[in-house]
Design a protein around this ligand. Structure first.
Ligand SMILES: [Zn+2]
Length: 542
């Protein structure tokens, strides 16, 4: 009996020693950290019964009951009736995700496809168009192989501290599954806020690289302006935004005949804010958006004090304490954190910021340059950026002299004032979080995400600080002012100028690759001005 017992004991002992060794995932020695995309706002949210919260049906159901009130307003122009209708509709639509004034939410909100499994296990990559973030996920998977591409999704109406906690857990699981000690984070849009919160609370022990990808980690000026009480609809800018969505660029000359309509609509809305602004804030904007904890991570740190005074006069102690804590621990320390990451040998920090697109014109800053969704000033970490349609001016001098030219070829952006000037890439005409497999955008991100050291904007001539997204080809390319060489013979001559003039007159077609070359003033068009600049160059006047 004793003998059997001792054998059994030995076997148990051997197993207790060996089993953990078997259970641990194998280490991966590929040298590339797995990529986790921390996605932006807009994931489909579900209520306790599993029904989508912002479905078209729910939105229509929220609007239908107030149609009689809207009709009444059109006849009587009684703004109180309109505000009543607005309040009822917005509360019906946002009801399922709403909080009270003290950070409590009765309802259950979930995101359905939350998983820390790698993308290849649940995304159908055989489909032609898998959707933007999934496209990058596919590119990462193609480049790095199985178990190296992950998407972190979350309830974007939740408390950012809770989301950061989930992200921390997610990263631990990815490390385990991939067999790597560190991950690379691609922080997209609102995902930048969550990544910023995560880094503030948990540090970067588990992170090899962080890429801020058109991210709101320095806030969303538009929401900041709303939270400090500056709503203002800009009619012509609204026209620009619509033209941009139709034609893919901000040129809205073709819409000029309609600008008066946009102006009229804007005036109507602005008058409503003048007459009934206080009620709109008290009954709609404050309870629906001011009490939503996640929206506070969109407030630029320079607006916090004013925003709290405007939005939280009637908030409970828990909500006020949360907003204060968020400001203290996360928002107010973002710049220091970025500088620390750039200096640190333990993490690589990169920032990608796009410009030359109109933003929704709902505040006083509607002319700010953006990527169509977030202001370039904020996504770049405070580069100096001219308003839409303008330049920094002929007399502009770079704000910080760091021995490098940090002004864009089109004189629209000065990166020298950014949080990390040498780690910030600016791209003209590239939209918000838009990846394709065939235009060089995924390659650029892969280059950053697989970085084995702290690159700068001088590390790779293929990816200089200023890049240009040619929407016609489409292709991401270095943005340099044209060299005037249309014929491709390596020289700019009077022949090239002649070809441009012919192209302008419509009798000669400049090939796309030469078009970029010949755009001498970098305004994205080929005009007689470009031909003139070439001729001056040939004559030695420039
Ligand atoms: Zn690996």
């Amino acid at each position: 009996m004793k003998k059997i017992l001792s054998i059994v004991m030995s076997v148990i002992l051997i197993f207790t020693v060996l089993v953990p060794a078997f259970a641990a995932e194998k280490k991966c020695d590929c040298g590339n950290a797995p990529v986790v995309q921390v996605r932006g706002i807009g994931e489909t949210l579900y209520d306790g019964e599993g029904n989508p919260v912002f479905s078209a049906g729910n939105i229509i159901a929220g609007i239908l009951p107030v149609i009689p009130q809207l009709a009444q307003f059109l006849i009587t122009m009684d703004t109180d009736v309109l505000v009543d209708a607005l309040g009822t509709a917005v509360k019906a639509i946002f009801g399922p995700v709403s909080y009270d004034n003290n950070l409590n939410r009765e309802s259950v909100v979930t995101v359905k496809n939350y998983t820390s499994d790698p993308v290849e296990t649940y995304v159908d990559f055989t489909k032609e168009d898998v959707g933007s973030e999934y496209t990058l996920g596919k590119a990462v998977h193609q480049e790095l192989g199985d178990k190296h591409s992950y998407l972190f999704i979350y309830d974007w109406t939740a408390n950012p501290f809770d989301i950061a906690k989930d992200l921390n857990q997610f990263i631990k699981e990815v490390k385990e599954k991939s067999g790597h000690d560190k991950v690379a984070l691609c922080a997209e849009s609102m995902g930048g806020c969550m990544t910023n919160t995560y880094l503030a609370l948990y540090g970067y022990e588990d992170v090899q690289t962080v890429v801020m990808a058109n991210s709101a980690f320095n806030g969303l000026e538009m929401l900041g302006q709303l939270f400090i009480g500056n709503p203002q609809i800009d009619g012509p800018a609204l026209g620009g935004l619509i033209a941009q969505s139709i034609y893919g660029n901000a040129e809205y000359a073709s819409l000029i005949p309609y600008i008066s309509i946009f102006r009229y609509l804007a005036n109507l809305a602005n008058r409503l804010f003048e007459v009934a602004g206080d009620r709109i804030y008290e009954e709609v904007l404050i309870p629906v958006f001011g009490y939503l904890p996640s929206f506070w991570c969109f407030i630029p740190e320079y607006h916090f004090e004013e925003a709290m005074a405007k939005m939280l006069p009637d908030a409970g102690p828990e909500l006020k304490a949360f907003v204060n804590e968020y400001y203290e621990k996360v928002a107010s320390k973002t710049t220091d954190r970025v500088k620390e990451m750039v200096e640190s040998e333990d993490i690589n920090y990169f920032c990608v910021s796009n410009y030359n697109k109109f933003i929704a014109p709902v505040t006083k800053t509607s002319r700010w340059n953006s990527d169509g969704v977030i202001e370039t000033y904020n996504t770049s970490g405070f580069a100096t950026v001219a308003d839409m349609g303008e330049t920094l001016g002929a007399d502009y001098i770079q704000a910080v002299n760091n021995g490098k030219n940090m002004i864009s070829p089109d004189n629209i952006v000065d990166v020298s004032t950014a949080q990390a000037p040498m780690q910030t890439w600016m791209t003209k005409n590239w939209g918000h979080i838009a990846y394709r497999l065939d235009d060089g955008t995924c390659e650029f991100y892969l280059w950053l995400l697989t970085a084995d050291e702290q690159y700068t904007v001088e590390s790779n001539p293929q990816y200089p600080q200023f890049m240009y997204y040619n929407t016609e080809i489409p292709q991401l390319m270095p943005f340099t002012c044209g060299n005037g060489d249309v014929t491709g013979d390596g020289k700019a001559t009077a022949v090239d100028a002649g070809l441009i003039l012919k192209a302008v007159a419509g009798v000669y077609c400049v090939p796309e690759e030469n078009f970029i070359n010949a755009d001498m003033n970098c305004d994205g068009k080929l005009t007689a001005t470009d031909a003139r600049i070439i001729l001056k160059q040939v004559a030695g006047l420039l």
